[in-house]
Design a protein around this ligand. Structure first.
Ligand code: F6P
Length: 358
């Protein structure tokens, strides 16, 4: 049996742990009867036939290693049907390479965009298995994605560090958390780090309500406030803009990111000293936390079993701590977002955390 493997899109901490899980289970089940081909830099390697024949030793010692031993790149789904600069039909090239290499299956470790492409390849007749990667936790069909918990740990550590300096100086601090268009990472890290205000894309904020929450804390004698802001957070006015107007606003915004805009506005309204901290790609760095190592190992092992059983066209996910097999066609194009009615949001509000909405 020949199995192709690739890591696609933004990296995260637990990609190697997941590939190791797939490989170990395949070697366990098939011994020498399986060969794994690793494509370099994601779909790019499959398109341009850049690959490496992997050996069992390649998967040793990588459980705790961050990044990806195969490399990754962003190959936008919307450009997959657009020929490259030399007129190459990318989808045809991927299919041709899959067939030429005699693959029985392709394992794609990727997030939303990558799984849209994996679904496309599955619809084109390839045997594909998806594994849910992303620090954003926004992949539909699974409770949790690998990489998320490791990123929560890092974003929380940032908030913890900011706490001590904010308390010493009596400042308002904004910590900007990644997460693309969803607020899972900010919500988790914000709660874990004891943020006073959490702003996420799914719950548009009113800047005056945010400022009121800070003033209230000041009146209560609190010297500092911490605001966890998702990189995709939006105000109520911005939420009402058309997509085109919002894009235009983003393109011409005078601040490097939403946190600086919020910081300037709050500074003006409250007169308080504001600082912004942006941990950025540190949130994707380093090795996987123990939770992710276990999650990745379980997802990888389950994928190995599915390959042997000939089950394809599926994303291997986790629901209620049990492996689920979700058709890629169900996953493609959907985002898993925080709902303002989710229990976790209600409980955060019970703790007195403001979301800037009411
Ligand atoms: O999807 C993971 C993610 O880290 C998002 O949270 C963030 O918006 C984006 O990738 C950053 O992308 P890049 O690494 O291409 O700058």
């Amino acid at each position: 049996m020949r199995v192709g493997m690739l890591t696609s899109g933004g990296d995260c901490q637990s990609l190697n742990a997941t590939m190791r899980g797939v490989a170990k289970s395949l070697y366990h089940l098939l011994g020498d009867d399986v060969e794994i081909i690793g494509f370099i830099d994601g779909y790019k390697g499959l398109i341009y036939s850049d690959y490496k024949i992997m050996k069992p030793k390649d998967f040793s010692g990588i459980l705790t290693l961050g990044g990806t031993i195969l490399g990754t790149s962003r190959q936008p789904f919307k450009l997959m049907r657009v020929p490259d600069a030399n007129g190459l039909d990318k989808v045809k090239a991927m299919k041709d390479n899959y067939r030429r290499l005699g693959l029985d299956c392709l394992v794609v470790l990727g997030g939303n965009g990558s799984q849209k492409t994996s679904n496309l390849l599955s619809e084109e007749g390839l045997n594909v298995i998806g594994l849910p990667k992303t620090i954003d936790n926004d992949l539909w069909g699974t409770d949790v994605t690998f990489g998320f918990q490791s990123a929560v740990n890092l974003a929380t550590q940032t908030i913890d560090c900011i706490h001590t300096t904010a308390a010493s100086h009596g400042r308002v601090f904004i910590v900007e958390v990644m997460g693309h268009k969803v607020g899972w990472l900010t919500l988790s890290a914000g709660m874990a780090g004891g943020a006073d205000i959490i702003l996420i894309p799914e719950i548009p904020y009113d800047i005056n309500i945010v400022a009121d929450a800070i003033k209230k804390r000041e009146k209560e004698g609190k010297r500092f406030s911490i605001i966890a802001v998702a990189e995709g957070a939006i105000s109520k006015e911005q939420a009402e803009m058309s997509k085109k107007d919002y894009r235009q606003y983003l393109a011409t915004r005078e601040y490097p990111s939403i946190s600086y805009e919020i910081g300037a506005q709050i500074g003006k309204i409250t007169g308080q000293e504001i600082r912004v901290a942006v941990p950025g790609h540190m949130q994707r760095g380093g090795g996987p936390c123990p939770y992710d190592r276990v999650l990745s190992s379980r997802l990888g092992a389950a994928a190995g079993q599915m390959i042997v059983d000939g089950e394809f066209g599926i994303l291997v996910g986790m629901k209620n701590n049990k492996i689920v097999k979700v058709p890629l066609s169900d996953v493609a194009g959907k985002l898993k977002m925080v709902s303002p009615d989710d229990e976790i949001v209600k409980q955060a509000k019970l703790l007195g955390i403001s979301f800037g909405d009411e």
